[in-house]
Design a protein around this ligand. Structure first.
Ligand SMILES: Cc1cc2nc3c(=O)[nH]c(=O)nc-3n(C[C@H](O)[C@H](O)[C@H](O)COP(=O)(O)OP(=O)(O)OC[C@H]3O[C@@H](n4cnc5c(N)ncnc54)[C@H](O)[C@@H]3O)c2cc1C
Length: 443
C-alpha cells in the first residue's frame, strides 16, 4: 500500500483509526484543528480528549459496553491500551485519569513513524482515501461540505432522542398491542393510565431534575416545536400531554372497550424486535430521573432502559441511508466516516468505530476485500444497527444488549443471559480474528 490515508479529526475515533493504519504499515496524515480552533466542549491541546466524564463505563463483559471494550482489547486498540495505563479506581467501571489518557495517546501517535500530525482546521473533504472523524461538534465549514456531499437532509445537528426500553422488560399483563383507531397492523405497545396514575406521573414529571445544557446551541433546541422535550410540553398545562404524546383516543381497552385517561405508546426500534422507544418522549431529564419517573408508566415499572433520552448538539449523518457496515460511504467508497458522526453514541463506541474505519481504509488502499464484523459481536451489532436500512427516523445508538441477536433459549436471569450472549460474541470474534490475520496486525 503506497497511498497515504487522510484522517480528519484527532478525537477518539480519529486516533484509533490512525493507529490501526500505521500499525499495519500504512502512511497517515492526521489533521486536527486544535489547538488553533477548539469546539465549545474541547479544552485540552492533546489528541483523544475525553470531553466530559472520565468514565468509559462498565468493565465486565455482562455489561454491553464492557463487552465492546473487551473486543477492542482483543483487536489491539490504542485507546484500550492507554486506558489500562491511566485507569483510576472506579468499582466495576473503567475510569481513567483524563489527562494521562490523552497524553499517552498523543505521544504514541506523534512519535509513530507512519503518522504525520497536521494542525489546522480542515474545510474541504481531502482527495484520495480519507476518514472523516470530526465528531459531534464538527466545525461548520466541513459540516457544510459533508451536507453538500450527502444532501442537506442527510446531516443532523441536534440529537433529541426518546428513551428506549428492552421489550422483554415490558409488563404485557398491563400493556396491550393496538394501532390507533385499529388502523394498519397492531405494531404499537400501549401503556394505559387511569386518571390517578396520570396525575401522580404528571406531578413527578414537571418537578423532575434536568440535565444541564452545556452549549449555547443546546439552549436553543427547545425553540424547535418538533423536538420539544416532554417535560417542557408538560409544563404548558396539566392536560397538554393528553393532546400530544399521551393522547388516549382510538386506543380503548381491548377487552372492555373503555377508553383510558392517557396512553403512552411504545414503538419498535429494531428489526430484531427487542427494543421499543417511548413515542414523543424526547427529554432532557437526568438519566436517574428518567428511570425514576418513566418507571411510573404502567407496564414499565420494571423496564430496563437500554438508552436514555438526550437533547444535545450532535453532528451525525443518516447512516442507514448513506453508510455501509464497513464504515464507507455507499456512494463514495474512498470516503470513510468514523466515530460519533456515524450515529454511534459514546466514547467507547467511537473508538470502536475508528478501529473498524482504520482497518478497512487500509484494506481499501491495498485493493483488498473489506471487513464486515459478524452481527454476533458487539462491534458487528453496532454497525449492523446503524446501517439497518429499515430504520426510519434514525437516532444515534449506544452499545447495549438489545442490538445483539436474541438467544435461541430462554434464560430468566439477566446476568446469566448477558454472560451467555457475551460468550458467543467473544467466540465469534476469536474465529473472525483467526480468519482475518490482518486483525492480528499481520498481512
Ligand atoms: C458536551 C459533550 C459531552 C459528552 N460527554 C460524554 C460522556 O460523558 N461520555 C461519553 O461516552 N460520551 C460523551 N459525549 C459524546 C462524545 O463526544 C463522544 O462519545 C466522543 O468524544 C466522540 O468521539 P469522536 O472521535 O467521534 O469525536 P471527538 O472526540 O469530538 O473528536 C473529534 C475531533 O475532531 C476535531 N475537529 C472537528 N472539526 C474539525 C475540522 N474541521 N478539522 C480538523 N479537526 C476537526 C475536534 O477538535 C476533535 O478533536 C459527549 C459529547 C459532548 C458534545
Amino acid at each position: 500500500m503506497n497511498q497515504t490515508i487522510h484522517i480528519v479529526g484527532g478525537g477518539l475515533a480519529g486516533v484509533e483509526a490512525a493507529y490501526q493504519v500505521a500499525k499495519l504499515g500504512g502512511k497517515v496524515k492526521l489533521y486536527e484543528m486544535k489547538p488553533h480552533k477548539k469546539s465549545p466542549a474541547h479544552h485540552s491541546d492533546d489528541l483523544a480528549e475525553l470531553v466530559c466524564s472520565n468514565s468509559l463505563k462498565g468493565n465486565r463483559i455482562s455489561n454491553a459496553c464492557g463487552l465492546l471494550k473487551e473486543e477492542l482489547r482483543r483487536l489491539g486498540s490504542i485507546c484500550m491500551e492507554s486506558a489500562e495505563q491511566s485507569k483510576v479506581p472506579a468499582g466495576d467501571a473503567l475510569a481513567v485519569d483524563r489527562d494521562k489518557f490523552s497524553r499517552y495517546i498523543t505521544e504514541t501517535i506523534k512519535n509513530h513513524p507512519n503518522i504525520e500530525v497536521i494542525s489546522g482546521e480542515v474545510t474541504k473533504i481531502p482527495d484520495g482515501i480519507c476518514i472523516l472523524a470530526t465528531g459531534p461538534l464538527t466545525s461548520e465549514p466541513l459540516a457544510g461540505e459533508i451536507a453538500k456531499l450527502l444532501g442537506e437532509e442527510s446531516l443532523y445537528f441536534f440529537d433529541a432522542a426518546a428513551p428506549v426500553v428492552a421489550k422483554d422488560s415490558i409488563d404485557m399483563s398491563i400493556c396491550y398491542k393496538m394501532a390507533r383507531y385499529g388502523k394498519g397492523t397492531a405494531d404499537y405497545i400501549n401503556c394505559p393510565f387511569t386518571k390517578e396514575q396520570y396525575e401522580a406521573f404528571y406531578r413527578e414529571l414537571i418537578n423532575a431534575r434536568l440535565a444541564p445544557l452545556h452549549l449555547e446551541e443546546e439552549k436553543k433546541i427547545k425553540v424547535f416545536e418538533g423536538c420539544m422535550p416532554v417535560e417542557v410540553m408538560a409544563k404548558r398545562g396539566e392536560k397538554t400531554l393528553l393532546f400530544g404524546p399521551m393522547k388516549p383516543v382510538g386506543l380503548p381497552d381491548p377487552v372492555t372497550g373503555k377508553e383510558y385517561y392517557a396512553v403512552v405508546q411504545l414503538r419498535q426500534e429494531n428489526t430484531e424486535d427487542t427494543m421499543y422507544n417511548l413515542v414523543g418522549f424526547q427529554t432532557n431529564l437526568t438519566f436517574g430521573e428518567q428511570k425514576r419517573v418513566f418507571s411510573m408508566i404502567p407496564g414499565l415499572q420494571n423496564a430496563e432502559f437500554l438508552r436514555y433520552g438526550v437533547m444535545h448538539r450532535n453532528t451525525y449523518i443518516n447512516a442507514p441511508k448513506n453508510l455501509l457496515p464497513t464504515n464507507q460511504l455507499k456512494e463514495h467508497k474512498n470516503i470513510f466516516l468514523a466515530g460519533q458522526m456515524t450515529g454511534v453514541e459514546g466514547y467507547v463506541e467511537s473508538m470502536a468505530s475508528g478501529l473498524l474505519a482504520g482497518v478497512n481504509a487500509y484494506l481499501y488502499a491495498g485493493g483488498k476485500e473489506l471487513l464486515t464484523f459478524p452481527k454476533e459481536t458487539a462491534l458487528g451489532a453496532l454497525l449492523s444497527y446503524i446501517t439497518d436500512e429499515t430504520i426510519e427516523n434514525f437516532q444515534p445508538m449506544n452499545m447495549n444488549f438489545g442490538i445483539l441477536p436474541k438467544l435461541n433459549e430462554r434464560i430468566r436471569s439477566k446476568q446469566e443471559r448477558y454472560e451467555k450472549i457475551a460468550g458467543i460474541a467473544l467466540e465469534k470474534l476469536n474465529e473472525f480474528i483467526e480468519a482475518n490475520q490482518i486483525l492480528k496486525g499481520e498481512q
